[in-house]
Design a protein around this ligand. Sequence first.
Ligand SMILES: N[C@@H](CCC(=O)N[C@@H](CS)C(=O)NCC(=O)O)C(=O)O
Length: 225
Amino acid sequence: MSTKIKPLVLHAHTTGPNPIKIAMALEYLHIPYTVKLWEFGDDPEKGVKGSAFLKINENGRVPAVEDPNTNVISWESGAIMNYLRRNYDERNLLGPQGKTEQDIVDFEKWEYFLLTSLGPMTGQTNWYRHYNPEKNDDALNRYSAQTYRCYDIMEGQLKRSGGSSILSNDHITAVDLHFEPWVRQHQYAGLSLDKYPHIEKWLSGMKSKKEVQAAYEKIKDAEAS
Ligand SMILES: N[C@@H](CCC(=O)N[C@@H](CS)C(=O)NCC(=O)O)C(=O)O
């Protein structure tokens, strides 16, 4: 199937967690793609807040995907993931694992939980740990505690699902891909998984998947070229 598809362009950043999820989905679905890396900042030609990139995503953030097969441009990792599933996942490899309304809601609730809670709380923890111009312990403690609260919820779900994947044992879906890069960054955020054995096990399983490894490699290769 992949031979007939023109390569999609994944707009990404070397370290940002959100583009990696999309690279993973492209790998799982065997969709050909190239990676275009952007810097943070407003350099007109190279920056995510510069005029060249703002023509692709007026929100000035990666990921964004351009699909020459459909001429669709998508941004926001949740919207991109759903676009890829609708258009390239005929066998429903990455989607909800059943057809009932409960199956669909279960998929979406964990996807939205990452997009609105675990991801942003980790992002804010990173910000107050590494980038805020002034030290602000109140904010750092608040966001660290909120991220740990999300880990509590994720740990409970992994206990229920069997632990290898978030929705059901052994079957990786787009939900796992959304979570992986954010949870992988726990040390950078100054957080520990010591109290989260199920998350630790899930993460190490995710890291061992060839599609996940290929996604990280592809971003690294784009950096080197
Ligand atoms: N909600 C967006 C978040 C995108 C986002 O925050 N991307 C980061 C990289 S992971 C970014 O582009 N940051 C650059 C900036 O904020 O200037 C999504 O899920 O795609």
